[in-house]
Design a protein around this ligand. Structure first.
Ligand code: AMP
Length: 567
């Protein structure tokens, strides 16, 4: 279809912040699409592939500036200047395209197919001359773009579409236009989205209005799916109250989530961000092939680091570098070994286990895994209704350097990508949050040249609201942990605005912080401020969609006084 139709939709849907209005606009847009337009689904979320596919556009602001400069014949310095002025590189593209259009004729019509074709070439490029080739591909699109197309094209390129459309908006849009908004079908639609992680596939089927066919969208081994997420409680008693008694209680391991797919001899490992990290963990692949029975399966697990010397578990931060490391794997594997703790199973020997009650799934795990400590084990677990026993288990988990416990409803199904009330986490210090860095200030004295104070934000819908500043916990030297220098380097490519010492970023870098207290505050636009925040970890494993919400912050505030028992 004509890209300008999509751009007009982007414009219309951005013009309202109301959720229902957005769904309305989307439904109308979906209705106009033909079968051939299925891949427009990806563009609606600013992507070029389905969610399970790791390939991303990944264009830096710098390259976008060059492309705008080249395509519109504007000096790069002017583009940069205007960017600082407008704070939105898309708007800059729109402005200069408008200037140019007054003097030249548009060369050709841009289609969504052409946009996808060129954008999909970007992640494939590697090696010498890559930058030039990327520039050509982008410039080709921009020279054919109308001003409004240039705006959204550039925003798509840099991964910041800002139209407030999420997967759920699309789900409700489809429900409305293809199923007459019959709420009865919402869960089937959701399930098809969860199982396929591919909105184009769901669009194909939903468009025909056949709910029965949507039910047939199954999990596929090897195709990553989203992990089920937990809610928080502060007390074991509250956990039992919410889940019923008895329930399963497990260690809440302080590692990172690893979803394991196996088909025959082929193992694939995915993070909760759906990144494939199989190459980074060759030992895990070996353990899975050796110690887990079954022809095909999908397991949910936590990889935890332990000390080579003492065999004690170590904290997440110590193994986080393994997630990204692509070279010298052998050495890092020896220095930072991991143990895989399997706590759920989603699929086994050709059958989905999502609908089976947790007690059956956990029993199956125990049956198929040959427990091999420091390699792969089924997660430490008790099944009890006794508060005292649960408390003892909790203490044991903490003594074992783990974060706390998970309490799980024995009857509950597995819900991919949902934060469910059937799985609850309890940690001693409820006072920690996962936030995104949205701003910073450059330091002075020995920290000059580095950013030294970082503005943190929580989320509200698709907005980010500031909630505090952190400098504590970040190290002077890289050997001691994450350093100012390192963080500055990570953040520089994300700068969207600079004024004096203050810079604003595209929200991307997620961090965990602990704090002593939450207070009401007029200083930040969330209305809250963290007292004595301390940086504890860079959360490269957490997607932006999973950072703490304003609601969680408010909830933490309400509960902070009741939280001493396990502190
Ligand atoms: P949080 O990241 O604080 O929302 O806590 C949820 C995370 O705890 C999950 O994403 C897992 O990575 C981790 N986790 C550790 N142990 C378990 C367990 N036994 N069951 C489920 N999740 C666990």
């Amino acid at each position: 279809m004509n890209y300008s139709k999509l751009a007009e939709f982007y414009e219309e849907v951005s013009s309202t912040t109301k959720r229902l209005k957005k769904i309305d606009i989307l439904a109308k847009f979906l209705k106009k699409l033909s079968d051939k337009d299925r891949e427009v689904m990806y563009l609606l979320l600013g992507d070029i592939y389905p969610e399970y596919d790791e390939r991303r556009i990944g264009i830096s602001n710098q390259l976008a500036i060059k492309a705008i400069s080249k395509a519109t014949g504007t000096d790069a310095k002017r583009v940069l200047f205007e960017w600082k002025n407008l704070g939105d590189i898309g708007k800059v593209a729109e402005k200069f395209t408008l200037n140019k259009k007054q003097s030249t004729l548009q060369s050709s019509i841009l289609t969504t197919e052409k946009v996808l074709e060129n954008l999909r070439k970007l992640p494939e490029l590697e090696g010498k001359g890559t930058v030039g080739k990327k520039l050509n591909l982008i410039t080709e699109l921009l020279t054919s773009a109308k001003p409004i197309e240039a705006l959204y094209l550039v925003r798509t390129l840099i991964g910041d579409l800002r139209i407030g459309v999420q997967e759920s908006t699309i789900k409700y849009g489809m429900l409305k236009v293809f199923f007459k908004n019959n709420k009865k079908y919402e869960s089937t639609l959701q399930q098809a989205i969860d199982n396929s992680n591919d909105l184009a596939v769901v669009f194909d089927i939903a468009k025909k209005g056949k709910i029965k066919d949507l039910e047939k969208v199954h999990l596929e081994v090897g195709k990553p799916i989203k992990a089920m997420l937990a809610q928080k409680v502060t007390k074991i008693e509250d956990g039992f109250k919410a889940l019923g008694s008895p329930c399963a209680i497990e260690y809440k391991y302080d590692g990172f989530r690893l979803i394991i797919h196996k088909q025959g001899k082929k193992v694939n490992l995915f993070t909760r961000r759906l990144e494939n990290v199989t190459k980074q963990f060759p030992e895990a692949v070996e353990y899975i092939l050796k110690y887990v029975k079954g022809d095909s399966f999908i397991l949910d697990s936590e990889a935890v680091g332990y000390s080579k010397k003492t065999k004690e578990y170590t904290e997440f931060q110590s193994i986080s570098q393994r997630i990204r490391r692509k070279y010298n794997i052998e050495k890092i594997q020896k220095d930072f070994p991991v143990e895989i703790n399997v706590f759920d199973i989603l699929y086994y020997n050709g059958k989905s286990k999502l609908e089976e009650p947790f007690e059956k799934r956990t029993a199956l795990i125990k049956k198929i895994i040959k427990n091999s400590p420091y390699k792969i084990i089924s997660a430490k677990q008790i099944i009890t209704g006794n508060v005292q026993k649960a408390k003892e288990f909790y203490k044991k988990a903490l003594k074992d350097n783990q974060e706390g416990i998970m309490m799980k409803n024995l009857k509950a199904p597995y819900k991919p990508g949902r934060r469910v009330g059937n799985m609850l986490k309890i940690k001693p210090e409820e006072r920690d949050l996962d936030l995104v860095i949205t701003g910073a200030e450059y330091g002075t004295g020995k920290r000059s040249g580095w950013m030294s104070s970082f503005i943190l934000s929580c989320k509200k819908g698709d907005k980010y609201l500031e909630i505090g500043k952190v400098g504590t916990g970040i190290k002077e030297k890289a050997e001691q942990g994450i350093s100012f220098e390192e963080l500055t380097k990570k953040l520089k490519p994300l700068i969207i605005k600079e004024k004096g010492k203050r810079v604003d970023f595209k929200p991307k870098i997620v961090v965990s912080v602990t704090y002593q207290e939450i207070q009401r505050s007029p200083n930040y636009n969330s209305g809250w401020a963290l007292r004595f925040p301390r940086f504890t970890a860079l959360r490269t494993d957490k997607p932006l969609s999973e950072i703490s919400s304003l609601e969680e912050v408010e909830n933490d505030f309400k509960h902070q006084k009741r939280n001493w028992e396990y502190g």
